[in-house]
Design a protein around this ligand. Structure first.
Ligand code: FAD
Length: 430
């Protein structure tokens, strides 16, 4: 996403560039596989319509975004309890006041915090004083009940961290995004986002299946060099942008990155299991959250109830997500354990009909985002080397897009004095 975004903005400025990507398709962590007619996003992901960079770059209409219900069903103490956005589902919001997911005061506080989040710009949120999300929730007056039953599975599912150690800035950001937009799935899968961006770039500028082994920036009289697997070298007259995940960027950029490093604490991961089913146990386009302190499944949904194109006609797709990759379990053990949990939620007879389609284990879903954070890290590393990716901004789809734009702008600023014909940039994925 960061590399494609950088290319998008360079192209708009009339700069020639090449994108070099090691895998066989674009999109990085945002991809969709088609398996037996089902659309399987590589890890459960949600597209937020309020993402500002995405709004500027993407054609939402052709993404054909299908919204989730604005709220969730929380599984707690043997039953589902509804949490609803009262501004979008007033009756449901009112009806959920007495449920045990939190006190009526907690629910009023959610509404209040949602309003407060609108008073700050996104930039102000990212600059504001930070603590962990857990501490912030306590400081805002939320009870342990709503923290444990709603915020842990909800924010934990977004940031793969049920301990809520992730920075409070992201909590504010998410609340702002939810207040200003909808949670959606593109009808052709989340991978369509990267494909749409790539389709706006010259097709001969993108080189997939090409792993970069080393990079050097241009110096006066000598172009930058991008050496790829197999020994070929690509020359870049003005700049090299590295748009990989942080660990790969560190390897490629060495000293240049060390002078302005991204956070290096342990990344967070997830496992995502997909099953085919003859029908969804409930038709609602809602996210199901595990409000208990035990269990492997953190969140579940039936993507085909949100976007019917996620499953062939007459069938349904089941998506279950865990925090961490559960690497001590084989795929079949993990699937059986998750199904046993889901039998309690949706009934043994329903779940017995589910057949495993695929398990995705994603050890590096997002870089570490615990405090202290810096969501506007430098992208110009000097000497013709630039860096972007979700480790320089927020680890979200929009953060990656933003970092790509910032890198493109930094390249343009650094090469402003050069004649247009000599502006040429090469990067790894850019
Ligand atoms: C399971 C999951 C769920 C998520 N859910 C959400 C969500 O709901 N909402 C949200 O906003 N965000 C979500 N995210 C986060 C978001 O997807 C990422 O933050 C963002 O896509 C990162 O984009 P990126 O361009 O920075 O990095 P990447 O997507 O990792 O791209 C880096 C690219 O560099 C390539 N590369 C690496 N090394 C080399 C090399 N040596 N040579 C050539 N190419 C190389 C890789 O193949 C990859 O294509 C989720 C992520 C995951 C994994």
């Amino acid at each position: 996403m960061a590399g494609l975004s950088c290319g998008y903005h360079l192209q708009k400025a009339g700069v020639r560039f090449a994108i070099v990507e090691s895998s066989d398709s674009v999109g990085g962590r945002v991809q969709t596989d088609i398996v037996d007619g089902f659309l399987l996003d590589r890890g459960f992901q949600i597209f937020l319509t309020s993402y500002k960079e995405a709004q500027a770059m993407l054609d939402y209409q052709s993404l054909d975004l299908k919204p989730f219900y604005a709220g969730a069903l929380v599984r707690w103490n043997g039953a589902f309890h509804r949490v609803a956005d009262p501004l979008r589902h007033f009756g449901d919001g009112l009806g959920s006041l007495p449920n045990p997911v939190g006190s009526p005061i907690d629910k009023a506080l959610v509404g209040l915090f949602r309003l407060k989040s609108l008073l700050k710009s996104e930039d102000a949120i990212f600059q504001s004083p930070e603590t962990t999300t857990y501490s912030r929730l306590k400081a805002e007056g939320f009870s342990d009940a709503i923290i444990d039953r709603f915020f842990r599975p909800f924010l934990g599912g977004i940031f793969f961290d049920r301990d809520l150690n992730v920075t409070s800035r992201l909590f504010e950001f998410v609340m702002r995004c939810l207040a200003t937009g909808q949670n959606c799935l593109p009808s052709k899968g989340i991978g369509r986002v990267g494909e749409q961006l790539a389709s706006q770039l010259p097709s001969d500028a993108i080189h997939t299946g090409t792993r970069v082994e080393s990079v050097t920036g241009p110096i006066p009289g000598q172009p930058g060099r991008v050496r790829v697997e197999g020994g070929q070298t690509i020359c870049a007259s003005q700049a090299v942008v590295v748009a990989t995940e942080a660990p790969a960027a560190r390897t490629l950029l060495g000293e240049a990155m060390a002078s302005s490093d991204s956070k290096s604490e342990e990344a967070v991961g997830t496992a995502n299991l997909y099953f085919r089913a003859p029908r969804p146990p409930r038709e609602e386009n809602v996210l199901y959250l595990n409000g208990e302190s035990i269990g492997l499944v953190n969140n579940a949904c039936f993507p085909s109830t949100v976007a019917p194109s996620y499953a062939p006609a007459g069938q349904a797709l089941v998506s279950l997500s865990t925090i961490g990759t559960q690497s001590d379990l084989s795929d079949s053990e993990l699937a059986e354990k998750c199904k046993a949990e889901m039998a309690e939620w949706f009934g043994q007879d329903e779940v017995a009909t589910w057949q495993l389609l695929r398990v995705y284990r994603i050890p590096f879903a997002q870089p570490n985002q615990t405090p202290p954070t810096d969501f506007s890290r430098a992208v110009n590393l000097t000497n013709g080397l630039f860096v972007c990716g979700d480790h320089r901004d927020t680890a979200t789809l929009d953060g990656a897009l933003k970092s790509g734009r910032r890198a493109a702008e930094a390249v343009l600023a650094a090469t402003a004095a050069l004649p247009v014909s000599s502006k040429e940039v090469v990067g790894t994925t850019v």
